[in-house]
Design a protein around this ligand. Structure first.
Ligand code: FAD
Ligand code: PYC
Length: 417
């Protein structure tokens, strides 16, 4: 019988969702599993789903300290795109893009994937050069991306102010037409329901507070607020808190945590046909299916674990948004919140093995991991099930910070620079 935890319902209410959560089976923790996943965000749930579906590993527990999807998964601005610069990243995000296209059907759950086009604006000569370089690199890698003149930008998004005499004039834009959005909480619920139906235990209100290692140094279980659990394989997918969890196994991570915030307006009739991003001025906008303008800001300047964010950051974003989209000036903002993102030195994720046997890590997605959710779960499940990386995540090792094989995506990673 399906049961819903009180925390789930409160969480959904706080997040402003009026729809009842999907029917996954919330389980009590067992004493032993084949795999424990630490973190019930989209990436952790997707990993569990693909472990069960593609690798037949069904004695899996997803341990979540709060409610599923209550971390960055339920707090992001839902932009999906694969227009990253380097071939390794383009392959990773394109792998996810391919899965997004059939995800609702695969999960039998509408994740509301909407490829309405993502436009990245250029406001100065440097932006134009960087944007055009991305367009060329993407096309060489077989990924759609095209350069638009200011006039074409205005045609694609009529509510944008393309006048030359504004503070942040638009000199052109890169457009990925297959880019778009999906409904974030539906992604968590869809993967949770799919995993649960395959026998995965999803345990909410269960914080991992320790990682146990045996005499050989390999992991052998976790300590949680709901008791100890034995498992020979542990996947850490705890965005924002990865360093804290990995330290429990004695592994030091090259990560910094920052608050990143977003806002939504009161709902209005459809006015915004696409997604518009401005990396230079840290302002992003799309319109949700409920009618809210979904607006994203930049990261705070200082490290923190606070799920809010500094007021001057969102004020700056709203000033820029009002100049770019004069039509929204009189809209009232309904909600403002923050998430905690963990950022690596090269702004690319780490998905793979660790120096500790049986311990795997998936982290460092920074400000841009929502778009990767299905692809990340898919390749991480492969890595955990086989003990080897999938070809797509093979370059995203922890070891690259020792060898120097960095994948520098600072210019493509939206707000993480
Ligand atoms: P999360 O959803 O954060 O899940 C990690 C889970 O681990 C959490 O639920 C947490 O409670 C749990 N956890 C932590 N510690 C423990 C523990 N000790 N024990 C048990 N559980 C634990 N990405 C995009 O691609 N496009 C965007 O437009 C975009 N916009 C963003 C806007 C904002 C405001 C924010 C904050 C992020 C944005 N992102 C975006 C980034 C994206 O949200 C994240 O990269 C992605 O959701 C990470 O998913 P996850 O499943 O790894 O993490
Ligand atoms: O990764 O596209 C992105 C993004 C936009 C805003 C935050 N992240």
């Amino acid at each position: 019988m399906a049961r819903f935890s009180f925390a789930s319902l409160i969480g959904h209410a706080l997040a402003g969702n009026r729809r009842w959560p999907a029917q996954w089976r919330e389980a009590a923790p067992q004493a032993e599993y084949d795999v424990v996943i630490v973190g019930g965000g989209g990436h952790g749930l997707a990993t569990a789903y693909y472990l069960a579906r593609e690798h037949g590993v069904r004695r899996v527990a997803v341990l979540e300290k709060g409610w599923i999807g209550g971390g960055n998964t339920g707090r992001n601005t839902t932009i999906i795109r694969s227009n990253y610069l380097w071939p390794e990243s383009a392959a990773l995000y394109e792998h996810a893009m391919q899965l997004w296209q059939g995800l609702s059907r695969a999960l039998n759950y509408n994740v509301m994937y909407s490829p309405r086009g993502v436009m990245v604006l250029a406001h100065n000569h440097h932006d134009v050069l960087v944007g055009q370089r991305h367009v060329h690199a993407n096309r060489l890698a077989g990924i759609d991306n095209e350069w638009l003149t200011p006039g074409q930008v205005g045609d694609f998004c009529p509510i944008l102010n393309v006048s030359r005499d504004i503070r942040y004039p638009i000199l052109g834009a890169a457009l990925q037409r297959r880019g778009g959005t999906a409904r974030h909480d539906a992604v968590a619920w869809g993967f949770a329901r799919g995993a649960s139906a395959l026998g995965v235990d999803i345990v909410e209100n269960c914080e991992v507070v320790g990682i146990d290692r045996d005499a050989t140094g390999a992991v052998c279980g976790v300590q949680t607020t709901r008791g100890p659990i034995r498992a020979p394989r542990i996947g850490v997918v705890a965005a924002g808190h990865t360093s804290v969890v990995m330290a429990m196994a004695g592994v030091r991570m090259p990560l910094e945590s920052y608050p990143l915030q977003a806002l939504v307006s009161e709902p209005v009739k459809p006015a915004m046909p696409c997604v518009v991003m401005s990396n230079t001025i840290h302002a992003y906008m799309s319109q949700s299916d409920k009618g809210e303008m979904v607006i994203g800001a930049g990261t705070d300047a200082y490290n923190s674990y606070s799920q809010t964010g500094a007021l001057h950051i969102s004020s700056h974003t709203l000033e820029a948004i009002c100049e770019l989209f004069p039509v929204v000036r009189r809209l009232r903002m309904l909600r403002n919140w923050g998430g905690i993102v963990d950022v690596t030195p090269d702004r690319s994720p780490v998905v793979g093995l660790t120096p500790v046997a049986g311990l795997f890590v998936n982290c460092g997605w920074g400000t841009g991991g929502f778009k990767a959710t299905p692809g990340s779960g898919h390749v991480f499940a492969h890595t955990i099930a086989t003990g080897r990386p999938h070809p797509v995540n093979a370059p995203f090792t922890l070891d690259r910070f020792r060898t120097g094989n960095l994948i520098d995506e600072a210019a493509a990673a939206a707000v993480a620079h």
